[in-house]
Design a protein around this ligand. Structure first.
Ligand SMILES: Cc1cc2nc3c(=O)[nH]c(=O)nc-3n(C[C@H](O)[C@H](O)[C@H](O)COP(=O)(O)O)c2cc1C
Length: 416
């Protein structure tokens, strides 16, 4: 069985597009070598400009080989051509990507300083410009950087937000450059790859909390990472995305509407209200199957006796929705100890789903991890499977399946 992920050779989202990559002097410059490769693989013609500081981190030769073009780095380079280089570059480029974007280069760009080839190209640019900041967390949080980022956004520049985590300097926090694959996705969707243009996608995510008393609850380890990756990917592909999530461990992505709920009952009500407007429902939330029959009004006191809590089943949200509108596409999730085609197909049918994403509980799969491995079932059986990959890649595989669904293709064509 083949996995419907885009293979290198058929990933032509940027076919024939002209992308100018500006590499500035941060430690993440090494990641821009991979970025160059991915842009080229996506079909783009790539030219690279480097600042003097950038050349201290990676050699121009690396980018020359990967892009297949000479690297430009000198504002006053002797001219064999009649064009002035920074003007020629800014006219040539359909997109400019600054990656990594140092605090220094962000500050210069916010002020319009033009004292080298890279900064002069930004000032003379006439196409959308994307900054992928990368720096130490204190530099990212500094009031000057914040102010400069705001200025860039106000000026119509785009900022590909950095992630959080271990930084090269040994500290932890925000400031890690977005992964090269994410940057390519942003650039691709800026050209309107948008297979989900005009499609309304409702995604649920995170866990629910079922109260035992005012201070205790029953919950699970769902982090919300899969649902958020799906919501972000759907947004990137042009969908109008609504997110309903319970408690989570990571911040939600930037979508059209996001609503936080706590219990399974609140989740059920919110989904029931939002479902009529949705074209696709992706139920990635780990909704509690049981809730205490009775909630204690006061905090339960410890005594000598064994206490038992009676649990009653919660509403099965997927099974309870009115699915008479057959143009809607419903995706369910199942998390089990063992993989079983029979069980997965049974679940898909009893819940009335069009697709079921099956994942197994394991050390690198399931809840709270950054990776997962899934099998996707359709009404006729298995459609796709993945090895253990990032949740972002899982999201991409799920959406690759959905964009091929006839109902979605038809609606998207009508609404384009
Ligand atoms: C080892 C090292 C790592 C650096 N990493 C970063 C970084 O990740 N982000 C950043 O904004 N500046 C970083 N700097 C500082 C920049 O290199 C410095 O501000 C330089 O002037 C940037 O020049 P440019 O913006 O013209 O490329 C680093 C400096 C050194 C010595």
């Amino acid at each position: 069985m083949s996995t419907p992920r885009r293979k290198a050779k058929d990933k032509e989202g940027l076919f024939g597009k002209r992308v100018l990559l500006i590499v500035t002097g941060g430690i993440a410059a090494y990641k821009s070598a991979l970025l160059t490769r991915l842009l080229v693989r996506s079909g783009a013609e790539v030219r690279v400009v480097m600042t003097e500081a950038a050349k201290r981190f990676v050699t121009p030769l690396t980018f020359e080989v990967l892009s297949g073009n000479p690297v430009a780095d000198d504002l006053f380079a002797p001219h064999t051509e009649p064009e002035i280089e920074h003007i020629e570059l800014s006219v040539w480029a359909e997109r400019i990507v600054v990656a990594p974007a140092t605090a220094d280069f962000i500050a210069k760009s916010a002020l319009g300083i033009a004292d080298d080839l890279a900064s002069t190209t930004i000032v003379s640019s006439r196409c959308p410009v994307y900054f992928a900041p990368a720096m130490n967390q204190a530099m990212w949080r500094s009031p000057t950087t914040k102010r400069n980022i705001e200025t860039l956004k106000r000026d119509g520049r785009f900022v590909i937000e950095p992630g959080s985590g271990d930084l090269a300097c040994g500290e932890e926090g925000p400031g890690r450059m977005a992964e090269p694959g994410e940057i390519v996705d942003v650039i691709e969707s800026s050209f309107g790859r948008g297979e989900l243009q005009g499609i309304r996608v409702l995604v649920t995510g995170g866990r629910t909390e079922e109260e035992i008393d005012p201070v205790r609850y029953i919950s699970n380890r769902s982090s919300g990472k899969t649902a958020f990756a799906i919501a972000a990917e759907a947004k990137r592909r042009g969908a109008v995305v609504e997110l309903i999530h319970g408690p989570v461990d990571v911040p939600p992505p930037d979508v059209d509407a996001a609503r936080e709920v706590r219990s399974a009952a609140q989740m059920a009500r919110a989904v029931k209200r939002a479902f009529p407007k949705a074209d696709i429902l992706i139920m990635a939330a780990a909704v509690a199957d049981f809730t205490p029959e009775r909630k204690s009004r006061g905090k339960m006191k410890r005594g000598e006796e064994v206490v038992s809590i009676r649990l009653k089943p919660t509403t099965d949200i997927l099974a309870s929705l009115n699915k008479s509108d057959k143009t809607k596409v419903v995706v369910g999730f199942a998390l089990e100890d063992e993989e079983s085609d029979r069980k997965a197909m049974e679940k898909l049918k009893t819940k009335g789903c069009d697709y079921l994403v099956f994942n197994r509980i394991g050390p690198d799969t399931g809840f709270s991890t950054d990776t997962n491995s899934v099998v996707i079932y359709g009404r006729r059986g298995r459609i796709a499977s993945t090895p253990i990959v990032s949740k972002r890649e899982i999201a991409s595989v799920i959406l690759d399946v959905l964009v091929k669904d006839k109902r979605i293709r038809q609606k998207s064509n009508e609404r384009k």
